[in-house]
Design a protein around this ligand. Sequence first.
Ligand SMILES: *Cc1c(COP(=O)(O)O)cnc(C)c1O
Length: 359
Amino acid sequence: MTIKCRDEIKDLLPYMPGKPIEDVKAEYNISEVTKLASNENPLGCSPDALDTIRNTTSLELYPDGNCTALKKELSKRLDLSCEEIILSNGSDEMIDMLAKTFLNNDDEVIMSSVTFPRYFSVTQMMGAKSIIVPLKEWTFDLDGMFNALTDKTKLIWLCNPNNPTGTMFTEDELLKFLNSVPKNVIVVYDEAYNEYVTRDDYPRNTERLLKDYPNLIIMRTFSKIYGLAALRVGYTLANKNIVKSIEKIRCAFNVNSIAQNAALAALNDDDFVKKSYEMNIEGKKYLYKEFDQLGFEYAKTETNHIFVDVKEDAQFIFDELQKRGMIIRPFMDSYIRVTIGTPKQNEMFIKKLKEVLNK
Ligand SMILES: *Cc1c(COP(=O)(O)O)cnc(C)c1O
């Protein structure tokens, strides 16, 4: 007899991560494997963060459940009170906590068709209904999302710039949207890649919007430009009533001590962030040039990854690249997502891609 899980989750599929580098090496008997599949920082992380980790000697104590030092530093930098900030085990945990805190089983939740997949699965998990709005020319259709509002709408998931497409919407578009959405509808605004954005019309320092929009929840992470994906730290900025509600379901020690200390060190290393930002711009230029020569269409990216139409079955391209020690992420039809790497990694990627395509 099999034990049944909750009805709400019976149709969900577990997250399928890419194969670990070690497994790919073993399976294809290759020594060099490059992973450009998960939007990690190819430069690693701040050396200050690594020092902090190396200098950690006591592991017997529980972490500070309130993340006091890290929260204070964020509060100072962002000019927010500590009551408006909450830390999580990556943004992933926050997405989960937001669903648990706010979604009832007859609520409607609006999201885009091609975006971060966790929004959909946590919505299903709570038994709420996902209302999916198609992309428009590879960007969020905010008007379409607005038109999807009903009196049952509880929450809207926005991701700017978006994963996997890399596209963004502007400050004007965000403000127009926030002004039109009723204040009893939560707008979750995921900024995992904000530090990579180059365009001037991108909404910067969105924490300043919190005072006017008590329904806005801003999520950021240390996993991307800060290069600390392994440690799992994200932070969320919101009205203090929202933070208070999330605190009710947060696990007491959700962010471990090493992660808290390393995140604090990483936050104060502006040089590392700048270096990562600049290398990303160079990599982007190189890959655009190569994709143009190959005749590929791609969405202009404001992130550290590019969504590109390789005009061949994406799964085939993925398999063939993986055999050659290059891991990327296949999407529907002929779309793949490739993380922008170091110059050497980018060149290697193009070389192997051409090999696979016989070009
Ligand atoms: C990577 C990513 C996250 C998750 O980041 P973690 O903090 O590592 O959990 C959240 N949202 C988007 C859009 C991402 O791409």
